[in-house]
Design a protein around this ligand. Structure first.
Ligand code: GAR
Length: 200
């Protein structure tokens, strides 16, 4: 069976992107990367992807001055040319319009740094601490028109320790993100949507 073509959308460091690319470097993986696309020209992930010989593209959202539909039309073009079948948002910090999410419904994944449906949006680590949570985690979900919602495909959970700060939590969560996202993508690419649960 041919491998599903995956495009990864990033805005920054790209550590989740790297975890996905490393997993897909296995020729037996059911998916293969066809493009890494960033909305920020300086994103470190772009050079990391290029080093791994993965095609890259950049569509700077600031050129569109808040016109989300025009920005999305501009990213649709390289996605189409790359033949993308699955989109993985990996630290992609732009909100997508319902038109775009509807077009990719069932074919677009996101990783979010909280145990959804708790703490959608930003500053998730600080908000988990402020809420007095005993656990924190991350979620990979299908993207729908509503921000950080959509069917959950996997979650990873860690214990919050006394003295944890948003920074220490983020640092302990990232390695879990890097385990969870590739595990979910591998399963998803075979058409299996059964949820994955991981623990620190
Ligand atoms: C990750 O923690 C990811 O969960 C989060 O941004 C970080 C990106 O790191 N995503 C969001 O907050 C999405 N709203 P990375 O660029 O090193 O993968």
């Amino acid at each position: 069976m041919s491998r599903r073509r995956v495009a990864i959308l990033i805005s920054g460091g790209g550590s989740n992107m790297l975890a996905l690319l490393r997993a897909m470097a296995d020729p037996a993986h059911p998916a293969a990367p066809c493009l890494v696309l960033s909305n920020r020209p300086g994103a470190r992930g772009l050079s990391l992807a290029a080093e791994m010989a993965v095609p890259t593209a950049c569509v700077d959202h600031t050129a569109f001055r808040g016109d989300r539909t025009a920005f999305e039309a501009a990213i649709a073009e390289p996605l189409r040319r790359a033949g993308a079948e699955i989109l993985c948002l990996a630290g992609f910090m732009r909100v997508l319009t319902p038109g775009f999410t509807a077009e990719w419904r069932g074919r677009m994944l996101n990783i979010h740094p909280s145990i959804l449906p708790l703490f959608p949006g930003l500053h998730t680590h600080a908000r988990a601490l402020e809420a007095g949570m005993a656990v924190h985690g991350c979620t990979v979900h299908e993207v729908t028109g509503e921000l950080d919602s959509g069917p959950i495909l996997g979650q990873a959970v860690l214990a919050i320790r006394p003295g944890d700060t948003p920074e220490t939590l983020a640092a302990r969560l990232l390695p879990l993100e890097h385990r969870l996202y590739p595990a979910v993508l591998h399963r998803f690419a075979t058409g299996d949507r059964e949820r994955i649960a991981l623990f620190e």
